[in-house]
Structure formats: C-alpha cells, structure tokens
Design a protein around this ligand. Structure first.
Ligand SMILES: [Zn+2]
Ligand SMILES: [Zn+2]
Ligand SMILES: [Zn+2]
Ligand SMILES: [Zn+2]
Ligand SMILES: [Zn+2]
Ligand SMILES: [Zn+2]
Length: 313
C-alpha cells in the first residue's frame, strides 16, 4: 500500500471518529507522513557544539618592489641554461679569462677546480672524447681547440634532422641515429597523448607530464641545445654535457677493480666490465688468463705487475 493511501485512510478514519484536533495536527506540514523525498531533504543533524575557527595568523610580509617584467624570450633563455647556478668568485672568473676558458663552462671548471693545475701551461690539456674516450689526441685548452680534429679525424659535420617540424641539427652520423631513435623512434619516452601537455610540433605525438617537461622536449625541435665550446658536441640534456666535459679532462671517478681502466660514468664502467665476464678472465696487468672470475680475483691480490702499478701510482 502506498503512503498516500495510508494517509487518506487515516484521515477518513479520524474524521469519522471525530478526532478533529488530531486531524488539524496532521494537516500541519511537519506532521505529514514523510515521503522518501522529504527524508532526503532532511538536513544533517546539528552538532551539539560549534566548531570555532582558529584565529587568523597575521604574518608581516615584507613588501618587495615589483621587478620589471623581463621579455619572454629573455626569461626563457635564463631558465634554459641556469639549472645549476653556482656562485663563482671573481678571482676564479679572472683566472678563467686569462687562460681562455669559455664562460659557458665556468660552472664545470669551478665545481672541479681541485682537479686542474691551470698555473702549469703544459697541464692545461684537453683530450678528445672521440671513440668513447679511446682517442688519445690532446691539445692546450682554448675555445674551439678540438673542432678541426673532430671534423678531420672523426668526420663530424652538421646534419639536419629530416623529420617534419624538427629543426634539430646533429654533429655526427652516430648522434643523428641516437636522435632519430630517442626523439622520433622506438626508444622514445612519454608519447602518451593523455599526458596533458601535448607537443605543438605536429605530427609529433609526444605529450609531457608538465609544462617544464614539454619545454624540454620542444627545445629539441627548436635545436636549443647545450653545447661544448671546445668541440662539435651538443646535447639537449645538461647532464650529458657535464659527462662530456669530465671526459675531455679525463676526470675519471669510476675505476674498474679488475684492471687499470677508469671511466667518467658508471654506465661506461658497467659496459667495460662486461669484457671481464668472457670465458677467459685475463689479468690486464700481466695478461695471465684464468678460467673462473674468482681465480682472477685471487690472482689480482698477488699479481706483482699489479702491485707495482698500484705502488707507483
Ligand atoms: Zn679524437
Ligand atoms: Zn628530429
Ligand atoms: Zn614534439
Ligand atoms: Zn667537447
Ligand atoms: Zn676492467
Ligand atoms: Zn697479473
């Protein structure tokens, strides 16, 4: 039976039995048998105590005079190249100018200042980074000092990307292959259209997770790269340029514990160490060969050639 019918029957019954007062009460709004809608409308029960707002804290904010807005291109340029800003003392800046160290790499030279002996001219050496650091060509440090060597010995030259809406210019065949794979091809990251920040260089299907992410990506389209001032090298990632610089100056912090080889990156060390996992474990100091790695390791602790090498280092 529906609620309305019940109400109707109830009213009829009350009228019939002459209970006018009850009927009057029932006619008042709040005494109606509540319908489903009424129940839903019912407001939340009131709390028996009131929640008091915490007093507002007053903070004295120093009024900073507004700086003149920089032109858009200016701010962009600043953001692009200032990921690791360091305070470099003027004395160091002056020294750099005297020697002829490019300003673009001052952060690097200051960060690794204890590794250089600039006062000795013959120690102002810079090495070629070609052949994964295996080219031993070196010269006295100066802007563009390795440029000709790279072009003549390693066949470096400017190569334009042929993809639509990509203005990237690479410096070698290998570099172009890497760009093609990592930026346009199978090794590409983050090509999810639903990431929220889609690339505007169509038909590129990249979408960044943030605006900064997108900017980094689009910088590659626009050929805004971090460049080495000594040779032909450039990279979209400042971190890669840093590794490149370590390699130029043979700052090798990753040593192989099985041979005298040293590397500037963990990645290169790991790649190198694969050569020790071959069938024959050869001692790189005396060239004795062993069948098992642990036998080579045991040998290393007593290899005289190695001990002499370590002693004379
Ligand atoms: Zn070289
Ligand atoms: Zn491209
Ligand atoms: Zn793109
Ligand atoms: Zn370089
Ligand atoms: Zn090794
Ligand atoms: Zn040995």
């Amino acid at each position: 039976m529906r609620k309305k019918d019940i109400e109707l029957i109830l009213r009829k019954y009350l009228k019939k039995t002459g209970r006018q007062r009850t009927l009057d009460t029932l006619n008042k709004d709040d005494c109606k048998i509540p319908t489903k809608k009424d129940i839903e409308k019912k407001s939340a029960p009131k709390l028996s105590f009131t929640i008091q707002k915490a007093p507002e804290r007053k903070i004295d904010i120093e009024v900073v005079p507004k700086r003149k807005k920089k032109r858009k291109s200016e701010t962009e340029a600043v953001n692009f190249f200032s990921e690791n800003i360091m305070k470099i003392p003027d004395t160091f800046k002056n020294l750099a100018t005297t020697i002829g160290l490019p300003e673009a790499h001052l952060d690097f030279f200051y960060k690794h200042r204890d590794r250089f002996h600039w006062e000795v001219k013959k120690d102002r050496k810079i090495y070629c980074t070609g052949k994964r650091g295996m080219c031993n060509f070196n010269t006295i440090v100066a802007p563009k000092c390795l440029f000709d060597h790279m072009v003549i010995e390693h066949f470096h030259r400017e190569l334009k990307c042929k993809e639509n809406n990509c203005f990237y210019v690479g410096y070698s065949e290998t570099n172009m292959k890497m760009h093609a794979a990592q930026f346009h091809g199978i090794a590409k990251f983050g090509s999810l259209r639903n990431n929220g920040f889609p690339c505007t260089y169509l038909p590129c299907d990249y979408a960044g997770t943030s605006y900064a992410d997108l900017q980094k990506h689009q910088a590659v389209h626009e050929n805004k790269l971090h460049r080495c001032e000594f040779c032909t090298y450039s990279s979209p990632a400042p971190k890669n340029l840093d590794f490149h610089m370590l390699s130029h100056f043979r700052i090798l912090n990753f040593e192989c514990h099985l041979c005298p080889s040293k590397f500037s990156r963990q990645l290169d060390l790991s790649r190198h160490q694969k050569c020790h996992t071959n069938e024959n474990f050869e001692c790189n100091y005396c060239h004795d060969a062993f069948e098992k790695r642990h036998l080579l390791q045991k040998h290393l602790s007593s290899c005289e050639t190695r001990l002499n090498y370590v002693k004379n280092r």
